[in-house]
Structure formats: structure tokens, C-alpha cells
Design a protein around this ligand. Structure first.
Ligand code: ATP
Ligand code: LTN
Length: 348
């Protein structure tokens, strides 16, 4: 966003872009540096080369129990973090999933073309279901809602972290199946945009380098939240688990914890993994961790500052209202065409 409080400079003419990009983030916890490095940072880059839609996927968060007040607050906060981390509402469309009812409508139609076996074998479903006392059918059908999000906008590309690969493959399978059934391109088949691990595609938990950092993890000690204070960041990095030995080099198999910290260091500082390795020859983990903490604090400081500025009442709400106005007309033609092909009676 350019300018002060609401004085936004509108682009002079609609931008004609060759590609359309869609991605979503759940308001299911406080966003982590994993979300930032794996997804948000790329959103901000892509907005300059594609027509981008970034969505706070509140309906997805309902697949596991949520406190209504917290969900409400987090939905606004995720949108604020989008903008604070560099997504410009004049370049990209930022909106809330439940504000465009077509997502839920298309999801139902797609559920009727998806097999239960396809959903039961999803890794994330199996992992999340194992952690719940009761498993809702929403948790099972969640990847279909994600497919609906993407297919509704005829997205060419979907920037996500590595954990979403399987869900994206399902979205592609569903698109191909529907297109084949009607012998017509009802849906564009989307391409994943997943950074390699060394470029942030899978940031691991600081307390357990075999687990991905996740904002809804029970123990927040393994996460660095984008909004953590400098002291919290220093404390969490100091207590991060390390591997045996004292040397600092990248080796995902034998040194998964140090490798993860090196990736975070590299992406926050702009230094390559080799440069970091050379800089810390003979210095041990202590110095490396305390420098890493400062690099992370410096990376997050401007985001935190912008987040606070965006907390003024009405600012983010106005951005989301405009986002919905831009998103809905893009979604409806696809929904209507699919309804028609299925034989549903048009509104008269
Ligand atoms: P939850 O724990 O509630 O499932 P999450 O932290 O996995 O949430 P999402 O809202 O599901 O976050 O994901 C938002 C985006 O961030 C997705 O593109 C996802 O792939 C990416 N992402 C999430 N965690 C990581 C991570 N540890 N490393 C890299 N990318 C990540
Ligand atoms: N399932 C994703 C969030 C998500 C998403 C999407 C990502 C929902 N709809 C559409 C990309 C495109 C997750 O849990 N990270």
C-alpha cells in the first residue's frame, strides 16, 4: 500500500497480465516464519508479474474447532500480515473466502465428482485426524474446498509450501476429470509453484526438525511467529534443538536441525548457504544462533511495524471489502458455467 492512512494511489488503468495466481492462508493461528518464507514472501514477488488473488481461507480453518472471537480477530490479522509483508492491495486482490459464497457452492459440486478414497489417503488428513478427538467430515473434504478456491478463478499458478503438493495434485486431477467428462475446458489445470527446501518450501519446527513448523502446533516453542517480540525470537532460537557436533554446514539428512536454521538464516540475510558455512568455520553453534536471532529480528521488524499501522479501525476492513468486489465477478462465470453443464436450472 502506498501513501498514508487510506490515501491510496490507484493504478491508472487495469493491468493486463498473462498469468493468474491464487493462494490461500488459514486464519488458524498466529502466522509463522514458515508461512512467510514458504508462501507470503513469494506472494509479494508474484504480484509484479501476475494477476494475483490472495485469500484468507476462513472456511478452511473451521475444519478443526475454533473459538469464534479468535477466528474473527485472526481473519483480520492474517489480512493485515498479507499487506504488512508487502502485498499491495492496489496490485493484488486480498479477500476473505466466506465473503464469496461461490467457493462453498463450487466445493459441493466438486465433492460430487471426487471419490472418498482420494480424500482418505491425503497425508495431511491422516495427520490432523489422528490429533482430533472427533473428526469432522469437513476435515476430510477440505482438499475439495481448496480445489474449488483455485479452480473458481481459473488460476494458472498456485504458490504454496511443500506440504500442499498433494492437495494441489488433487485439484489438478479434479480439473482434468471434469474437463474430460464435458469434453471442454471448464477449469484451467493449475500449476504448483513450490520453492525447494533451501528456498523456504519447508521450514521445520525448531524443537523437532522432523516436523514442519505449523501455526496450529500445540507447543509454540518450535515456531517463530511473525509477530513474536525480539526477546521471544531470541529465546526460541537460543533453545532450538541442534545436531551432534559443532560444525555448521548444510546436510539435511545428518544435520536436519542446523540445516533448517541455515535456511532461515540464508533467506533472511540474503547470504548463500556456502557463505554462511564459511563465515562460521570454527565458531560453534552459540555464536551462529545469536547472529541468526538478530537476522530474524531485523527481517520481521518492518513487517511488525506495518502491521501495527494497519491496526487502525476500518483500514483492513476497507481493503477486504474492495477485494471481495474484485474477486466475486471473477468467480461467478466459472460457477455458472459448471452449474449449467451439470444440468442445474439457471436463475431466471
Ligand atoms: P496449520 O498448522 O493450521 O495447518 P499452516 O501453518 O500449515 O497451518 P497454512 O495456512 O495452512 O499454514 O498455510 C499457508 C501457506 O504457508 C501454505 O502455502 C503453506 O504451504 C505454507 N506453509 C505453512 N507452513 C510452512 C512451513 N513450515 N514451511 C514452508 N511453508 C509453509
Ligand atoms: N490448504 C492450504 C490453504 C489453502 C490454499 C487454498 C492454498 C486453502 N485454499 C488455495 C492455495 C490455494 C493450507 O492448509 N496451507
Amino acid at each position: 500500500m502506498k501513501g498514508d492512512k487510506g490515501a491510496r494511489v490507484k493504478p491508472l488503468a487495469p493491468r493486463i497480465m498473462a498469468k493468474r495466481v491464487f493462494s490461500g492462508v488459514q486464519p488458524s493461528g498466529s502466522l509463522t516464519i514458515g508461512n512467510y518464507l514458504g508462501a507470503l514472501r513469494n506472494f509479494a514477488k508474484l504480484q509484479h508479474e501476475a494477476e494475483c488473488l490472495f485469500c484468507v481461507v476462513d472456511l478452511h480453518a473451521l475444519t478443526v474447532p475454533q473459538d469464534p472471537k479468535e477466528l474473527h480477530q485472526r481473519t483480520l490479522d492474517v489480512a493485515r500480515i498479507f499487506v504488512a509483508s508487502g502485498i499491495d492491495p492496489d496490485l493484488a486482490t486480498i479477500f476473505v473466502q466466506s465473503h464469496v459464497p461461490a467457493h462453498a457452492e463450487l466445493s459441493w459440486l466438486l465433492e460430487c465428482t471426487t471419490y472418498d478414497g482420494e480424500l482418505r489417503r491425503m497425508t495431511q488428513y491422516k495427520e490432523k485426524a489422528a490429533r482430533q478427538e472427533v473428526v469432522t467430515s469437513g476435515l476430510l473434504t477440505y482438499p475439495v474446498l481448496m480445489a474449488a478456491d483455485i479452480l473458481l478463478y481459473q488460476a494458472d499458478e498456485v504458490p504454496v509450501g511443500d506440504d500442499q503438493k498433494q492437495h494441489l495434485e488433487l485439484a489438478r486431477d479434479i480439473a482434468v476429470r471434469v474437463n474430460n467428462r464435458f469434453d471442454e475446458e471448464i477449469f484451467k489445470v493449475p500449476e504448483p509453484y513450490i520453492p525447494p527446501k533451501t528456498a523456504g518450501g519447508r521450514i521445520m519446527n525448531l524443537q523437532d526438525a522432523t516436523e514442519k513448523m505449523s501455526k496450529s502446533a500445540e507447543n509454540p516453542r518450535g515456531n517463530i511467529a511473525i509477530l513474536d517480540s525480539p526477546d521471544e525470537i531470541r529465546r526460541k532460537i537460543k533453545s532450538a534443538v541442534t545436531d551432534s557436533g559443532r560444525e555448521i554446514y548444510y546436510d539435511e539428512v545428518n544435520k536436519p536441525a542446523i540445516s533448517n536454521l541455515m535456511v532461515i538464516y540464508s533467506l533472511c540475510s540474503g547470504q548463500s548457504l556456502d557463505e554462511i558455512k564459511s563465515a562460521y568455520v570454527g565458531s560453534g553453534y552459540g555464536q551462529f544462533k545469536s547472529d541468526l536471532a538478530e537476522v530474524v529480528v531485523e527481517t520481521l521488524a518492518p513487517i511488525q511495524k506495518r502491521f501495527t499501522e494497519l491496526s487502525e479501525p476500518g483500514v483492513i476492513e476497507a481493503i477486504l471489502a474492495e477485494g471481495r468486489r474484485k474477486a466475486e465477478p471473477l468467480a461467478l462465470p466459472t460457477l455458472r458455467r459448471f452449474q449449467d453443464r451439470l444440468g442445474l436450472l439457471a436463475l431466471s
